[in-house]
Design a protein around this ligand. Structure first.
Ligand SMILES: [Zn+2]
Length: 96
């Protein structure tokens, strides 16, 4: 079984929030998949949740990323937040 079949199987066995089985995810496109990384920074992957010290200055963010499964790479978008440190780095980059 190749990796795409494996991923397909994961999504085929997925359930929605109501616990209903999802029947029609078998044709999922792996490339361009959006992956929600929750409250982590999309650039350094630090936790920005309340109490982490990075909560106050975080901003919603998404970023291009590579998902690597068994050496096969897929282009995906991660959705999360950008921490303050990464915002400063990004501003430095813009103003160079
Ligand atoms: Zn960061």
């Amino acid at each position: 079984m190749n990796i795409k079949d494996n991923v397909k199987k994961v999504f085929t066995n997925a359930e929605n929030q109501n616990g209903e089985h999802l029947e029609d995810c078998t044709d999922i496109k792996i490339n361009n998949l959006n992956i929600d990384i929750g409250e982590h920074c999309t650039h350094c992957n630090k936790d920005t949740s309340l109490g982490s010290g990075l909560f106050v200055n975080r901003i919603p963010s998404d970023a291009e990323a590579e998902l690597i499964l068994n050496d096969e790479k897929f282009n995906v978008t991660v959705e999360g937040y950008m921490c303050y440190d990464c915002q400063l780095e990004y501003l430095d980059y813009l103003w160079v």
